[in-house]
Design a protein around this ligand. Sequence first.
Ligand SMILES: [Zn+2]
Length: 163
Amino acid sequence: MQLPTHVLAGIFIQYLVMVFIPLPLWLNLCLIITFCVISHFFIDAFAKITYHPTSRQTGRFWLSWHIFVFAFGFLLIVIYFQDYWIGMLAANFVDIWDWYFLRNYARRTSQPEWGRKYYLHPIADKIRSVLFKRLPNYTHSQIAILLELFIYFGWLVLFILTL
Ligand SMILES: [Zn+2]
């Protein structure tokens, strides 16, 4: 799924662990990081029921959706950075490692296969193929942004209620 979904998962997990699991801070941090990283795999395993083409698409829709997603993700990071940066970072660690570190390094060195064996996303692929193989594939269906919009709308309602 997209950046804001992972960011919201990180915030939510960190909040739940801090509020409901009374442990020493360092143990809470270990739990937050572990749960957040695991959440990334499960959320990505679900990504096939959302609009999620693996490569850049032509046309306005793909671009508009991705501008919105990154702007909204950035807004969430700014709003929650001070209290939830650990959860947000841990929930996005898998993307940071695979896409921003390994793939970027491979591109810069013109070795597209470099580091592939260290990619973490195959774990999400495995979870998808074992647990969610019956789910329909909507990765190229534009209407499938609705699930993520529903999640973002849920955040908005919670945000307004807790102001
Ligand atoms: Zn991912």
